[in-house]
Design a binder for this molecule. Structure first.
Ligand code: NOJ
Ligand code: CA
Length: 677
C-alpha cells in the first residue's frame, strides 16, 4: 500500500463493526466459512473433509490456491484430524498507522477476517485465523492443547496447492543460508524453495508465498509434493524436532500476496499489517543513515580483519573515513575488524565485543567522529558462537551505549555452535532476544546472516535492515551476482523487508587494485579475476532500488574522491518517507520512486538486456518544478564490455512530464529531483 493510493484520515476508520453488519459482509459457500477481501476480489474458503481442514484462495473467478491441507503434526497430540467445526468469529478492521522510517511511513491496514474454531476428541482446539486484504491473504494457527507442559511440533502440514502452473522465482530451501542465486523455473519443476516464493501464474496473476511475524518458531520453506503442489518444510533442531512450544501457542502467519501487476506485490503492506504494533515506547534513538566504512577492502583482499600489516580498522584509516563522511554529508561510519577475536576465529577463540584491537584507539576514534558530526556503527561478528555472544550481550550493548553508539551491525558467518540450523527455532529465538535487548538499550540493528525478514520491524523498528540474500560481497570473491539479480530481489527477498545489500561500487572491474602488493585471495578466486556485473549508472540506481534505512556506499573511499557521480549519494537521504514501485517485470527490469522530505528519487535497473521505459512523473506534486539530475548509462555502455560509460544531465521537470529511461544491457538509471524554489 502506498501513501498516495488512499486519502482516509484519522487512525481508526472502522474497526470491529457491529455483528449484524459484519455478518452481511461475509458469504458462506455451501456453509463453509469464507472471508472476502474489502474490495470483494479475493476469497478464502475453509472446509473440513473427513475431519481434516483445507483452505482455498481465489481472485474473482480465478482459482489461485486449490484445496490445500492445514494442520500440524505434534508428538503425542492430535493437531491434524478428527476435527469438527466450532464457532466461526468474523471481524473486520480498517485502520492506519505510522512507522518511524520508510519505505512508506504511513500505512493502511484494511482487512476482513475470520477465526474458525476446530475441535477434536483429543481436547485440541485449533483456531485458524484468516485475513483477507485487497492485496493478499494471511492465516495462522492458534492452538490450545491438553498438554501439561510443552508441545513438540514434528511437522507442519500446511499445503500450497497452486491451482495452475506458472513461472517462479526463488532461492533453494536451505536451512542455513539465503546467500544463493535466484532460479527462474516453472512452478512445477521447483524441488524446494525458500520464501518469499514468487510466482507469475499462468492465469496472469502474480503471487508470493511468505510468512509474517516469525519470532518463536522455525522458518518455513516449501517442498514440492508433485504437480503444482507444495508443503511447508520447517527448519529442524538437530534431533529432527521442528518447534518446542508451550501448551498454547500461535504460529507465524502464512501469507500469499496477490497482484495483477508484478509491482503490486512490492506496493503491498500485507506483511507489516500482520505484525503487532510498535512495542518500543521511545523511538527517538532510531534514525535512518547513509554510511561508508572499512569493509570492501577486506572483501577485495587488500585489507585484513586481523591485526597485521594489512589491518583495515586502524585508528588512521578510521579517521580518513570519518573525514570523508563529514566532508560528503555521509551520516555514519562502520569499521569491521575493530575488536579482538579475528585472529583466533575458527580456531577455538572467541570474539570480544568490548576489547578494541591494539591499533584501533576506540576512544580517539569515537571522539574524532563526534567532533566531526559523524555517527558510529559498531560491528559484532559472532562467528555463529551464540553462547559466547549471549554471555556478552548486556556488557557489549552497555559498552556500546557508554561510547555513544546507537547502531550495531551483527554477523553470524559460519556454522552455528551446537550444530543448530541457522534458520531453526533456536536461532529465531536468539535473533528475537538480541532484537529485544537492543531495543532495551536503544540500539538499531543491521543483521548479516540473519533469519528472513517477516515484518517484525513494525513491532521493533530498531530492526533496521539485514542481509539474507547474496549481497555485494559475493562480487569480490566469486563469479558474482548476475545482472538479473537486482531485478528479482524487489519481488522476492525485499518483500520481507529492507536489505543491507551494500551497493555503490565505482571501481567495477577492480582496476584500481591491480598490482597492489597487499592483494590476497582469501575466500575464492583473487579479486582481480572477479568484478561487479553492472554498469556504473546501475550502481547508483541500486541505492534507490535496494532500499535500506541504513544505506551504504560500499566502495573504498578513494574510488569516490573526486568522482562526479558520487554527487548522487551526497544528495541522497536515507530517511525515505514514501515509495512506489512504478513498473517492472520480475527478472527483466524495475522502476521505483521514493520521496524523502521535499526531494524525490527514482531508480531503474535492467537485467542482461537493454531496456527503455517511458516513465510519467505523475508521482511529483502538481504544479511544482523540479531540477532533475539524471545519472544514465552512456550511449555505448554495456555491463560486459563498457561498464564505466555514464552521463550526468539536468532537466527542469514537473508532474505532467515523462522521462524516457534508457538503460544499457546490465545497466540502470538514477534521478534526483530537487524542488526549484
Ligand atoms: C559476512 C557479512 O555479510 C559481511 O558483511 C562481513 O564483512 C563478514 N561476514 C565479516 O563479518
Ligand atoms: Ca554475508
Amino acid at each position: 500500500m502506498t501513501g498516495k493510493t488512499f486519502s482516509l484520515s484519522g487512525h481508526l476508520i472502522a474497526a470491529f463493526s457491529l455483528l449484524a453488519l459484519t455478518l452481511s459482509l461475509f458469504s458462506c459457500k455451501g456453509g463453509d466459512p469464507t472471508v472476502t477481501s474489502p474490495d470483494g476480489k479475493i476469497e478464502v474458503n475453509l472446509a473440513l473433509k473427513d475431519g481434516v481442514p483445507y483452505y482455498s484462495v481465489s481472485y474473482g473467478d480465478i482459482p489461485l490456491v486449490a484445496d490445500s491441507r492445514l494442520g500440524l503434526e505434534a508428538e503425542g497430540l492430535n493437531l491434524k484430524d478428527g476435527f469438527s467445526l466450532g464457532k466461526v468469529k468474523k471481524y473486520s478492521s480498517d485502520s492506519e498507522y505510522d512507522l518511524p522510517w520508510g519505505e512508506n511511513k504511513h500505512i493502511r491496514d484494511n482487512h476482513r477476517g475470520m477465526k474458525v474454531r476446530l475441535e477434536n476428541a483429543s481436547g485440541t482446539v485449533l483456531t485458524i485465523d484468516v485475513r483477507a486484504f485487497d492485496d493478499g491473504v494471511g492465516f495462522r494457527y492458534d492452538v490450545v492443547t491438553s498438554a501439561s507442559d510443552s508441545v513438540k511440533v514434528m511437522d507442519e502440514l500446511t499445503e500450497f496447492n497452486f491451482a495452475s502452473d506458472g513461472t517462479s522465482w526463488s532461492i533453494p530451501g536451505d536451512f542455513n543460508t539465503y546467500e544463493l542465486l535466484y532460479r527462474t523455473l516453472p512452478l512445477s519443476s521447483v524441488e524446494n524453495a525458500n520464501t518469499p516464493f514468487t510466482v507469475k501464474s499462468d492465469s496472469g496473476l502474480y503471487m508470493s508465498v511468505h510468512e509474517a511475524a516469525l519470532a518463536d518458531y522455525p522458518e518455513m520453506t516449501l517442498r514440492h509434493t508433485g504437480g503444482t503442489s507444495f508443503i511447508s518444510a520447517l527448519a529442524p533442531y538437530p534431533d529432527g524436532v521442528k518447534a518446542i512450544l508451550g501448551p498454547s501457542f500461535r504460529t507465524p502467519w502464512r501469507t500469499v500476496q496477490i497482484g495483477e501487476r508484478a509491482v503490486d506485490l512490492v506496493n503491498s503492506s500485507l506483511i507489516l499489517n500482520l505484525n503487532e504494533p510498535c512495542a518500543i515506547k521511545d523511538v527517538s534513538f532510531i534514525e535512518p543513515v547513509k554510511y561508508v566504512g572499512v569493509w570492501w577492502g577486506m572483501h577485495l583482499g587488500v585489507n585484513s580483519w586481523t591485526q597485521d600489516s594489512r589491518h583495515g580498522a586502524t585508528t588512521q584509516h578510521a579517521k580518513e573515513y570519518i573525514d570523508f563522511a563529514s566532508k560528503n554529508g555521509v551520516d555514519a561510519v562502520l569499521f569491521e575488524g575493530w575488536n579482538d577475536g579475528w585472529e583466533t576465529w575458527g580456531k577455538g577463540g572467541v570474539f570480544d565485543f568490548t576489547r578494541p584491537a591494539a591499533d584501533f584507539d576506540m576512544d580517539e576514534v569515537i571522539s574524532y567522529a563526534k567532533a566531526k558530526g559523524v555517527s558510529y556503527i559498531l560491528h559484532h561478528e559472532t562467528g555463529g558462537n551464540i553462547p559466547n555472544y549471549e554471555s556478552q550481550l548486556d556488557t557489549a550493548f552497555a559498552w556500546a551505549k557508554s561510547h555513544g553508539i546507537n547502531a550495531i551491525k551483527t554477523g553470524y558467518a559460519g556454522g552455528i555452535t551446537g550444530g543448530y540450523n541457522h534458520h531453526g527455532q533456536y536461532m529465531v529465538r536468539h535473533y528475537a532476544r538480541v532484537l529485544r535487548k537492543a531495543a532495551e538499550y536503544g540500539i538499531m540493528l543491521d543483521v548479516h546472516e540473519p533469519i528472513k525478514a517477516t515484518g517484525e520491524r513494525r513491532t521493533y523498528p530498531n530492526m533496521m535492515c539485514r542481509e539474507g540474500a547474496r549481497g555485494m560481497e559475493w562480487n569480490a570473491w566469486s563469479a558474482g551476482n548476475p545482472p538479473e539479480h537486482q531485478t528479482i530481489l524487489p519481488f522476492t527477498r525485499l518483500l520481507g523487508g529492507p536489505m543491507d545489500y551494500t551497493p555503490g561500487i565505482f571501481d567495477i572491474t577492480y582496476r584500481n587494485i591491480v598490482g597492489n602488493p597487499d592483494l590476497q585471495a582469501w575466500n575464492g578466486p583473487i579479486a582481480t579475476e572477479c568484478r561487479v556485473n553492472t554498469t556504473l549508472a546501475k550502481q547508483i540506481a541500486d541505492w534507490v532500488v535496494l532500499y535500506s534505512p541504513m544505506q551504504m556506499a560500499s566502495d573504498l573511499i578513494r574510488n569516490y574522491e573526486g568522482h562526479p557521480a558520487f554527487q548522487f549519494f551526497r544528495e541522497y537521504d536515507a530517511d525515505i518517507d514514501w515509495s512506489e514501485a512504478l513498473d517492472g517485470e520480475i527478472g527483466e527490469y524495475y522502476v521505483v520512486a521514493r520521496r524523502a522530505g521535499e526531494r524525490y528519487y527514482l531508480g531503474a535497473v535492467t537485467a542482461d538486456s537493454a531496456k527503455s521505459v517511458g516513465c510519467p512523473l505523475s508521482f511529483l506534486p502538481r504544479g511544482k518544478k523540479f531540477l532533475a539530475t539524471i545519472y544514465a548509462d552512456g550511449p555505448d555502455a554495456d555491463w560486459k564490455t563498457n561498464p564505466y560509460s555514464y552521463t550526468i544531465s539536468t532537466r527542469v521537470v514537473e508532474s505532467t512530464d515523462s522521462l524516457d529511461i534508457v538503460m544499457a544491457p546490465g545497466g540502470g538509471q538514477a534521478v534526483v529531483f530537487i524542488p526549484i524554489k
